[in-house]
Write a protein that binds this ligand. Structure first.
Ligand SMILES: [Zn+2]
Length: 425
């Protein structure tokens, strides 16, 4: 255990006004000053310890070569400090023994803890708001542009790890991550939503997949889902499929006794389900089926719609198809006929997902839709928002850490990893 002695001395304060408004302002400034002094004194103590033992990687002794100022933003505010620069006479290499000892990376403007705090806020709030709140509440000055930079660095790190795992599993050695406990039932749901693309002025597809096995009923309308895991990305279908496969694998989906797959019946998701989970029991979301029936028949045919909705509810896909087919034959309105034909195709391609209501009951895609709302809509689809794809991908990855409850674990590991770089002593 290394010990550093601090001597803080006396603090003098000149007050011109006794109101709390005034006092708290002064005291906070003072706190800031004291905090900075504590850090600086600690740095001085550490530098004294490490400087004597500093050696170049070539083995030669280092010589003092002046001092340089550096500013680092910490969770206690900004700290400006001078640290000794040292040079190797033999090979000319430069060192800052203090920065190496405290494990502060070259060029880093924020401590890792300050980085975590900023990211925690910006994953929930817009950049400009985060910047303002950081300053107001934590006295951390960080511009929206800087915050974007922090998101980019950390997001890239996470996406890089994902990609390494994907390549190891699919492109190289077929190495898969370990499975969590074996499950008797796994429920998988996939959905997607559009985010405004600032570059193309159109939209980009965010694909979201969730896996869970247990849900507890809280009330008639609310279910609490336990052990949920979410994967989401802006990648194309193939890459999404591989990464989601890894998530499913980790969650034990492929060794589960029974797998139920729920979706709204969009073709790419249906195809993905068939390829990824050939043995799964496919369920079409009843709400989407009813919505499509409504759209095709229109309000004027409410009675027909009710009858068809009842057939749907009882999982009678064949009867549904027969009825819609008859209505198409009878229909003289080309516009309506087109809509009915679309409905016919939709039911036909999802017939198994309707028939299966008889086997396992009705299970809607509400869980994945709620996830899409919380994970994507609340941060990426606020009024007037648009995103560059690479920024959105990184932000999404950081939000996944949160929604999966992995945030604290991830950061605790990051803090542990941030070991000081002590060269040979
Ligand atoms: Zn050297």
């Amino acid at each position: 255990m290394k010990s550093i002695e601090l001597c803080l001395g006396k603090v003098k304060l000149r007050l011109e006004n006794f109101s709390l408004n005034h006092i708290e302002r002064q005291a906070v400034d003072l706190r800031q000053e004291i905090f900075e002094k504590i850090i600086k004194d600690i740095f001085t103590g550490i530098e004294r310890l490490v400087i004597e033992r500093a050696r170049c990687s070539c083995g030669s002794k280092l010589l003092k070569d002046g001092k340089d100022r550096r500013i680092v933003v910490t969770i206690g505010g900004k700290v400006s400090y001078a640290r000794s620069r040292m040079i190797c006479k033999a090979c000319g290499k430069n060192y800052y023994p203090l920065d190496d000892a405290i494990g502060l990376a070259n060029g880093a403007k924020h401590s890792l803890r300050a980085t975590e705090v900023v990211l925690d806020m910006v994953t929930d709030l817009p950049y400009a708001k985060t910047s303002r709140h950081m300053d107001k509440l934590a006295h951390i000055q960080v511009s929206p542009q800087k915050i974007a930079g922090i998101v980019s660095t950390e997001g890239a790190k996470l996406l890089g790890q994902d990609e390494e795992q994907r390549v190891a599993a699919f492109d190289k050695s077929a190495t898969f991550p370990a499975e969590i406990a074996k499950k008797s039932l796994a429920i998988v749901q996939v959905d997607s939503t559009g985010i405004n693309d600032r570059y193309t002025k159109s939209w980009m597809d965010t694909k979201v997949g969730i896996i869970y096995s247990q849900s507890a009923r809280l009330s008639k309308t609310r279910n609490l889902i336990l052990d949920k895991n979410v994967y989401a990305s802006l990648d194309g279908v193939e890459k999404f499929r591989q990464n989601f496969y890894l998530s499913c694998h980790k969650m034990g989906v492929f060794s589960a006794d029974k797998v139920i797959f729920v979706s709204d019946g969009i073709p790419w998701i249906k195809k993905l389900a068939k390829e990824m989970f050939p043995k799964a029991i496919y369920l079409l979301d009843l709400w989407h089926l009813k919505k499509n029936i409504n759209l095709a028949y229109g309000k004027e045919n409410a009675e027909l719609v009710d009858n068809l909705a009842e057939l749907a509810y009882y999982g009678e896909a064949a009867a549904l198809l027969k009825n819609v087919g008859l209505d198409i034959a009878r229909c003289r309105d080309p516009d309506r006929s087109g809509k009915l034909k679309d409905l016919f195709k939709y039911i036909r391609s999802n017939a198994d997902g309707i028939e299966n209501y008889k086997k396992v009951g009705i299970l809607g895609s509400g869980a994945v839709e709620k996830t899409v709302d919380i994970l994507v809509a609340r941060r990426f689809k606020l009024r007037g928002m648009s995103w560059y794809e690479k920024n959105a991908a990184k932000m999404l990855r950081l939000r996944l850490l949160k929604i999966n409850g992995e945030w604290d674990n991830y950061w605790n590991k990051r803090f542990e990893d941030n070991l000081s770089r002590n060269f040979r002593c």
